[in-house]
Ligand binder design. Sequence first.
Ligand code: NDP
Ligand code: ZN
Length: 184
Amino acid sequence: MRESTSTTSMVIKAMAFAAEKHRNQRRKDADASPYINHPIALAHTLVNEGGIENPLVLCAAVLHDTIEDTETTADELKGCFGEKITSIVLEVTDDTSLPKHARKQLQIEHAPHISPEAKLVKLADKICNLRDIISSPPAGWPEARKREYFDWAEQVVAGIQGVNSRLEAVFYDLYKRKPEPLSW
Ligand code: NDP
Ligand code: ZN
């Protein structure tokens, strides 16, 4: 009881922190949904589709875009959430000083070597982004760009097999829904 209470309180604390950090950001869909919907979707997927209850993984999922996409620093995360959660977040954080193409290639190369906890967060991130591209895609993306994203995500996920078979199955079910090229 005590342990589950402290797990809940840690995850809620992470949600409050992420909500504050992402408060002025929006997703790229036509409705410009609040950004925080996305980190919450990762936690939802991990718990309800992957059966993951490890609070370190759930907190890292909720915080996964704070360093990459807000002014949050690793030291700030360490102070609030400790070393382990911070290290998971750092493992799934791209180096934004690199060009986009290099960042995407590095994700493919690094994915097999990250910790099991970071692999779970990365898998949930790709699941949630494929779902978003299917149901509320970035405004203005042609089908070819959506397909490109699906194929890149699959290359990343191919390198992180073996951490959670249920989530892997969810990913590959979504991957089957890759938008088809236009045929005449
Ligand atoms: P982006 O990285 O610019 O956008 C995808 C990211 O946006 C996701 O990973 C997700 O990141 C975030 N996101 C926010 N809202 C949504 C949403 N509604 N649905 C899904 N994701 C959302 O795009 P690309 O992955 O295409 O990366 C750019 C690459 O594309 C470059 O390498 C460039 O060369 C290429 N490019 C291709 C074009 C084309 O037409 N084919 C045109 C321009 C560039 P998070 O989880 O971090 O929020
Ligand atoms: Zn994300």
